[in-house]
Design a protein around this ligand. Structure first.
Ligand SMILES: [Zn+2]
Length: 345
């Protein structure tokens, strides 16, 4: 029997494309008749996961080498239901995640328009509902992601779907994807404002790579409740103050940052995280994709403790912040006891 984790935890930053157990992905792929590049399971597992021996040169490589295949396999309603269901249940069993927010880009899963986006989203929501029924201790929500590689018109469709399905469990909107010259955060500001007006939480991937200008824009003009990574802020004292003042919570993913070469080494990670903590920035510990990076929230905590980046009191504080910054309503003892952060203002 697996060891049971007793500390309740929340994970706010997980991509569905990096979160599903390779065994399940293998079966889903075969059931759908997807022609995989390899015929041997262990080669497949190696293809969609990254151990410490592997490194990407950046976010573009991660997208091309890993997400492309996992998103293809997840591109059907059946695959989505099974994928989401497995991640929420798995998070509870492995890490005692009693709160999980899982994100995905619906438009990367409709085989360029062949599949209906509504069915993709509804299947994901049904997978989540089933998991919550099986594990009543758990609460969860889905975040749909806009993508920097899509046009504002395409991303607007995603925002509209998020709003449409908010009553069913879509809790927030994210912006992700590798940096693109053609992408303008400013052009997307009205889209994000629209999501917020509809009651959705906002989290934006920014400052993961060195794009400090974009991060400044996000903090000062988009003003999301949370930011994915936000690492570049550690270089800008004024921006740190703005983040604290606005109560923005950063979603950190330490192993992912190292594997994707956005942070050079453990020493640099140490400096960044200490800068955040010493300046009063609220941060949370996440995996970005537990299966892809062969990690978990528990392992991320252990890594931070073992490298003297945080002490136990600090990791516990991060857990507290994660519960506080969640978009979903926290259930405690079967009762809803918490108002979502995005509706508190
Ligand atoms: Zn991410």
């Amino acid at each position: 029997m697996a060891q049971r984790e007793t500390t309740p935890r929340a994970e706010l930053h997980t991509h569905l494309g990096g979160a599903v157990d390779p065994v399940i992905m293998w079966t889903i792929a075969h059931r759908q008749g997807i022609r995989l590049p390899v015929k041997e399971y262990w080669e497949f597992e190696d293809m969609i996961t990254m151990g410490p021996e592997k490194k990407n040169l950046g976010i573009d490589e991660m997208d091309k080498n890993y997400y492309h295949l996992t998103e293809l396999i997840q591109s059907s309603p059946e695959a989505m239901e099974e994928a989401v269901h497995s991640v929420i249940g798995g998070g509870y069993r492995k890490c005692n995640l009693v709160l999980q927010e899982l994100r995905f880009s619906p438009m990367k899963r409709n085989r360029t328009g062949e599949r209906d986006l509504d069915f993709i989203i509804l299947a994901a929501l049904w997978g989540m509902r089933r998991a919550i029924m099986e594990y009543p201790q758990v609460n969860a929500g889905l975040i749909v992601a806009l993508d920097r590689t899509f046009t504002p018109a395409q991303n607007l469709i995603t925002v509209e779907k998020a709003i449409k399905y908010a009553p069913d469990g879509i809790v927030g909107v994210d912006v992700l994807g590798p940096d693109r010259d053609a992408f303008s955060m400013k052009e997307h500001a009205p889209l994000l404002a629209r999501a917020r007006k509809a009651g959705l939480g906002l989290t934006v991937h920014a400052g993961e790579t060195g794009n400090l200008e974009e991060l400044r824009y996000v903090v000062r003009h988009i003003r999301p409740e949370r930011i994915g990574h936000g690492l570049a802020a550690a270089r800008d004292p004024q921006l740190l103050k703005d983040i604290v003042k606005q109560g923005i919570v950063l979603e950190l993913c330490p192993t992912s940052n190292l594997r994707n070469s956005v942070v050079k080494n453990v020493q640099e990670l140490h400096t960044i995280i200490r800068t955040f903590l010493d300046n009063g920035v609220r941060i949370t510990i996440n995996t970005d994709g537990p299966e892809m990076y062969r990690t978990s929230v528990v392992k991320e905590e252990e890594f931070l403790l073992a490298n003297g980046i945080m002490n136990e009191k600090e990791t516990e504080q991060c857990t507290k912040w994660a519960f506080e910054a969640a978009f979903v309503t926290l259930k405690e003892n079967g009762k809803n006891t918490k108002v979502p952060v995005n509706k508190k203002k």
